[in-house]
Ligand binder design. Structure first.
Ligand code: HEC
Length: 120
């Protein structure tokens, strides 16, 4: 009986823990590498623009964000290919200086974060 209780407790913990995994690596990467400068809440701009609904949007047009530098007047659209290039090396990708200094060198991290951005 005691053993069974322990087993149930472990099983319950595993179940409770799983949503954190379901959230995916993208959320983890975001927390670690992007959150300091970006919010995912619409209208909340930090030193970088809010990333709510950014996938599929035109670059440099987040409402209320006035600090665009490299992306000002850009005609890019944030699809998978452009996001991948931007996140790998923002400055090199747009060929201008930018205040986004973050670089995601690992392809897996970029893939995960792009999937994450699609859902916010
Ligand atoms: C040091 C602060 C900083 C960090 C860290 C950072 N960003 Fe940025 N990000 C910016 C700034 C500033 C801009 C605006 C760039 C410009 O116009 O030059 C920007 C722009 C963007 C844009 C384009 C937004 C638009 O309105 O077109 C995307 C997408 C983006 N960042 C994604 C990310 C992701 C994903 C991460 C994490 C891997 C990240 N950023 C990390 C500061 C940051």
């Amino acid at each position: 009986m005691f053993k069974k209780t322990i087993f149930m407790a472990i099983a319950a913990t595993a179940l409770l823990a799983s949503p954190a995994f379901a959230d995916g690596d993208g959320a983890k990467v975001f927390k670690k590498k992007c959150k300091a400068c970006h919010a995912i809440k619409a209208g909340k701009n930090k030193s970088g623009p809010s990333l709510a609904g950014i996938f599929g949007k035109k670059a440099g047009e987040v409402k209320g964000y006035k600090k665009y530098k490299g992306l000002k007047g850009s005609s890019l659209v944030w699809d998978e290919k452009n996001l991948d290039g931007w996140l790998k090396n923002p400055k090199k990708f747009i060929g201008k200086s930018t205040s986004m200094s973050a670089k995601l060198k690992k392809e897996d991290d970029r893939k995960a974060i792009i999937e994450y951005l699609k859902g916010i």
